[in-house]
Design a protein around this ligand. Structure first.
Ligand code: HEC
Length: 244
């Protein structure tokens, strides 16, 4: 009886080991000399709002040591908004530990991420397939979601009142800022399409005007990420349009 139990335990351990082994082998597929290929599908809206050639929506490979893409391929706009596009990025070498659907600038510096394929998936095969699902990558929608919704709306509109009467909630933000005179900087609009230097919103975030002019809230630390700031500047410079 005891012998049988011990045998069973041994058998169990062996089964476990071989199972582990199996999975390990699966994980350690050697990278072919041509590198790996990622085929990424996504249903995208708003991609044509990015002001090529300043910033691009791409599928790009990175490693953890640098913010610059090691390899990248532009994502084409679907012929009909919201339709599926397929991007194939091949030649992904060993040094790439992460592949993203993301925005980079013309120097290939990473700006922001929409979807990530992690190292575990990248080492499991030489042919990686992934689906990023439905994404609105429109420039204004991205600013709304990544900037206004995450911090600004706490004071600008999510409650019953809005600081400086400025509503930055999704339903109201665009009409509340474009071509609307600033209450804080005389002679300036909150956003002047085409001219970030003359837009109170960009000035509030990128200069110390809110300290110098003793605003009731210091806005200098609101957005500290250079990439996000330059995205806001690009959006204004290229006409401050609402996504279609
Ligand atoms: C903690 C509260 C708070 C947060 C968070 C905040 N603001 Fe403000 N904001 C204010 C206040 C208060 C004023 C008015 C300052 C005054 O009257 O002196 C103001 C004024 C402004 C103005 C000037 C409006 C005008 O008519 O000239 C802009 C533009 C602005 N904020 C943009 C933003 C943006 C963009 C964000 C997010 C990145 C943000 N604010 C986050 C409190 C906040």
């Amino acid at each position: 009886m005891i012998m049988k139990k011990i045998l069973l335990i041994f058998a169990g351990i062996l089964a476990l080991q071989s199972c582990d082994d199996g999975r390990l082998y699966e994980k350690e597929v050697p990278i072919s000399s041509e590198g790996r290929t990622v085929t990424l599908r996504a249903k995208l809206t708003g991609i044509s709002t990015w002001p090529d050639p300043s910033m691009y929506v791409v599928v790009a490979g990175f490693n953890d040591d640098s913010d610059y893409a090691l390899i990248n391929k532009a994502v084409p706009a679907p012929s009909v908004e919201g339709e599926e596009v397929t991007v194939q990025l091949s030649g992904i070498k060993e040094n790439v530990t992460r592949v993203e659907l993301c925005v980079i600038n013309r120097l290939r510096k990473h700006i922001l991420t929409y979807y990530t394929i992690n190292e575990e998936l990248l080492t499991a095969s030489n042919e990686i397939e992934a689906n990023a699902g439905e994404l609105n990558v429109g420039m204004y929608n991205t600013i709304q979601e990544r900037v206004f919704n995450t911090t600004c709306v706490n004071c600008h509109g999510a409650a019953t009142s809005a600081a400086a009467g400025l509503y930055l909630t999704a339903d109201r933000s665009h009409a509340a800022i474009t071509g609307v005179p600033s209450k804080k900087i005389a002679g300036m609009n909150i956003v002047e399409p085409g001219d970030a230097g003359n837009s109170a919103l960009y000035q509030a975030l990128s200069t110390d005007v809110s300290i110098q002019d003793e605003w009731h809230y210091n806005h200098t630390a609101e957005v500290v990420d250079d990439g996000i700031l330059s995205m806001i500047r690009q959006w204004i410079t290229h006409g401050a349009k609402k996504d279609q």
